[in-house]
Ligand binder design. Structure first.
Ligand code: SF4
Ligand code: SF4
Length: 217
């Protein structure tokens, strides 16, 4: 997994790649289904940039304002990052924790029955402020740290989150706060996302442990 920040889950690593990456198309949609963006009309200029960014034809410009069709929207969140006037928003406090919990359940399904046969690798390189599925990548918020390996999907993400947080944040990037070593880098980019939910839930459902021992090679 490429370890980076993420606009829905704070960060994306092994848990996200297991939960989202290993699920079926309908599984991905089920996980995202609680995320339906809304357009604040007073900020919308009708520029149609969001319409072009949506791969699911879920946005139309009606009477000069963007409108999202909830039936067609899969909740990918891409339109949110494309809107320069920040007219598109999500009720993050309600939906982001739910997405992370669903992600953990799907991740558990992905490894079910494969005990002792799974190994996870996280690449903490080019730590972008948003998901790496976009066609662009903003400047990394910390310098490259290295590669982590573990048989525990929760422990590896916890260790990577700690390594990123303990690094010095890069200036002149999307990182708005927490530049000092130990500062919360993920909230420094996505302040409304409680990224620890995915780790807490992963541990709670028996997917792994947040405790780890870091062995440097
Ligand atoms: S990108 Fe933003 S401003 Fe442009 S049409 Fe979409 S919601 Fe409106
Ligand atoms: S969240 Fe994704 S699918 Fe829904 S309208 Fe925005 S870009 Fe389209």
């Amino acid at each position: 997994s490429h370890f980076k920040c993420h606009e829905l889950t704070g960060f994306g690593g092994t848990l996200k790649n297991l939960g989202m990456g290993c699920s079926s198309r309908s599984g991905k949609m089920q996980q995202h289904s609680t995320v339906a963006p809304k357009v604040a009309e007073k900020f919308c200029t009708g520029c149609a940039v969001c319409l072009k960014s949506c791969a699911h034809a879920a946005i139309a410009i009606i009477e000069g304002k963007a409108q999202v069709d909830p039936a067609a929207c899969v909740g990918c969140g891409r339109c949110i990052t494309s809107c320069l006037t920040k007219a598109i928003t999500i009720q993050w406090n309600e939906s982001a924790p739910l997405v992370m919990r669903k992600m953990g359940e799907y991740a558990k399904g992905a490894v079910f029955g494969k005990g002792g046969k799974t190994l996870f690798l996280n690449f903490i390189t080019q730590v972008s402020p948003a998901c790496d599925c976009y066609g662009h990548a903003d400047a990394p918020i910390v310098n490259d740290i290295g590669i982590c390996a573990s048989t525990d999907p929760v422990a590896i993400d916890q260790a990577c989150a700690d390594l990123v947080n303990n690094a010095r944040g890069n200036q002149d990037t999307a990182l708005a706060s927490g530049h000092e070593p130990g500062g919360d880098k993920f909230r420094g980019v996505h302040p409304k996302i409680d990224w620890e939910v995915q780790l807490e839930h992963g541990e709670k459902i028996g997917l792994g442990s947040r405790q780890y021992e870091l062995v440097r090679l």
